[in-house]
Design a protein around this ligand. Structure first.
Ligand SMILES: Nc1ncnc2c1ncn2[C@@H]1O[C@H](COP(=O)(O)OP(=O)(O)O)[C@@H](O)[C@H]1O
Ligand SMILES: [Mg+2]
Length: 286
């Protein structure tokens, strides 16, 4: 890893994450020994006013986090709207995203040297298994993430230290500690939506559920469908209505496709590269 890459994944300075233009996310400065935190706020842009989604993200994380074992980022604090009319949400560091593990953290063993942790298929299995374990109790509550992808899943590292790992220090992804982030546009019964979900089909990056895509298509045509119900499983009727607004004009979908569309190039062997190509490149930058 280059020093810049180490800093992007493990650094402790304040860092603005690259996100869509509707939102701002900062990794906050943390002293050695202090836990890192992220602060997020949705913005008002020419495409619409996204500010109310910050409070919704807080409500969802707060409600799920109250269960103790829910695999979601933990809330540090919700700051109500200030003079700018923008609330902020601070969460505890949930670890590097799967995207960062895949794009920025090489793994070296005595032999062979792997380009990244998922070059070892045992780690793919561990990731897939832990995702299923994480989702089972969340789905039982009616939670549907709707934007489940590599940069919205965090996996901390072991040994757990509130410090940047030292060169040569053995470390490994702690799959048992996996958490989901970025839940503002998720569905959770009892947490109302401030408007129609600003989700869109990500054309250049195929990760979205076919049922969600069908629901979005139906919504664009102003219809509700059985697939909407399926996509939202046990979510409330209000949520389904918001995915497929038949009588309201949805806000412009958020512009996240360009960031997630960029993919890491790969020259590794066939089975690895297939998995590899499905991951977006890390999106952090100073
Ligand atoms: N609690 C957290 N722990 C670790 N990384 C985080 C956390 N919150 C945000 N991030 C980082 O910031 C990025 C953007 O945050 P996210 O909530 O996913 O916003 P967006 O809606 O822009 O995708 C994430 O992909 C991740 O790299
Ligand atoms: Mg995200």
């Amino acid at each position: 890893m280059t020093p810049a890459e180490i800093d992007r994944v493990f650094g402790r300075a304040r860092l603005r994450m690259i996100t869509g233009e509707h939102v701002e996310v900062f990794r906050e400065e943390a002293r050695e020994g202090e836990e890192r935190r992220y602060t997020k706020r949705f913005l008002e842009t020419a495409s619409g006013d996204f500010r109310p989604w910050t409070e919704r993200e807080w409500r969802i994380l707060d409600r799920l986090g109250a269960r103790g074992d829910a695999a979601v980022a933990r809330v540090v604090r919700f700051f109500p709207a200030d003079d700018t009319g923008m609330p902020r949400l601070q969460t505890r560091d949930a670890g590097p995203t799967v995207d960062q593990w895949a794009a920025l953290v090489p793994l070296r063993r005595t032999t062979p040297v792997l380009p990244y942790v998922f070059g070892d298929c045992a780690n793919w299995w561990a990731l897939a298994r832990q995702c299923l374990i994480a989702f089972e109790p969340l789905h039982a509550l009616g939670f549907v993430h709707l934007d489940f992808k590599a940069d919205n899943v965090c996996v901390p590292w072991k040994p757990a230290l509130a410090a940047r790992p030292i060169a040569g220090q053995p470390m490994t992804p702690d799959f048992d500690g996996l958490s989901l982030i970025d839940v503002a546009f998720s569905l959770l019964p009892g947490v109302d939506l401030p408007g129609a979900l600003p989700l869109a089909h990500e054309a250049g990056f195929e990760y979205q559920s076919p049922r969600l895509l069908e629901a979005l298509d139906e919504g664009r045509r102003g219809r509700h469908s059985s697939s909407t119900g399926a996509a939202t499983s046990s979510a409330s009727p209000r949520c389904c209505g918001a995915i497929c607004p038949s009588s309201t004009t949805p806000p412009a979908p958020v512009g996240r496709a360009s960031a997630t569309r960029r993919r890491r190039g790969s020259s590794v062997s066939c089975s690895r590269s297939t998995a590899h190509r499905s991951l977006p490149r890390d999106r952090t930058a100073r």
